[in-house]
Every structure is written in C-alpha cells, then in structure tokens.
Design a binder for this molecule. Sequence first.
Ligand SMILES: [Zn+2]
Length: 40
Amino acid sequence: MESIVEFFKNLPPKQCAHCGKAIEEQHECYGNHCDQCSEK
Ligand SMILES: [Zn+2]
C-alpha cells in the first residue's frame, strides 16, 4: 500500500501549455503557463 506521498510523486509535473516547460508552482496566478510565457 503506497503512502499519499508516493501518490503525489507519481503525478505528472505541471507543464507550460505554451512551451511545454515544466513549471515550478510558485504562484497560482501563473495558471498553465511558465513565468516566461505568462509575462505578456
Ligand atoms: Zn512557457
């Protein structure tokens, strides 16, 4: 039986919908875009 931590580890990383770059979730307002693509 896997722990809840292992469950979240198996989740795919959040990716930018524009360039596909993995997003480090720092601000919820970034949405589906990385910091570069969310500039404009
Ligand atoms: Zn991007």
